[in-house]
Design a protein around this ligand. Structure first.
Ligand SMILES: [Zn+2]
Length: 83
């Protein structure tokens, strides 16, 4: 029987478990789905952090250019344009 080293069912923690091939494949599939899900969540969190950082910078720039020169307002416009 093949050895399973999956994380989800704890086979790796036990140093590998000998299981029927079909079970090893099932465990590997569950591992893959979990890895994909973790990667998806991590990328969503990274994107959200980035959006918050941009929103904060935009807000501070908008406040900073109030009553400022045309050039300062143009820089803000260009910043928004290239977001
Ligand atoms: Zn397993």
């Amino acid at each position: 029987m093949p050895t399973c080293n999956c994380e989800t069912n704890g086979c790796r923690l036990e140093g590998g478990v000998q299981l029927p091939l079909r079970t090893v494949r099932d465990h590997a599939h569950v591992d893959q789905v979990n890895r994909y899900e973790r990667a998806r969540i991590a990328s969503e969190e990274a994107l959200r952090d980035q959006e918050e950082a941009i929103a904060t910078q935009l807000a501070s720039m908008t406040l900073a250019v109030r009553g400022q020169s045309f050039a300062a307002r143009a820089r803000l416009f260009l910043f928004i344009l290239f977001l």
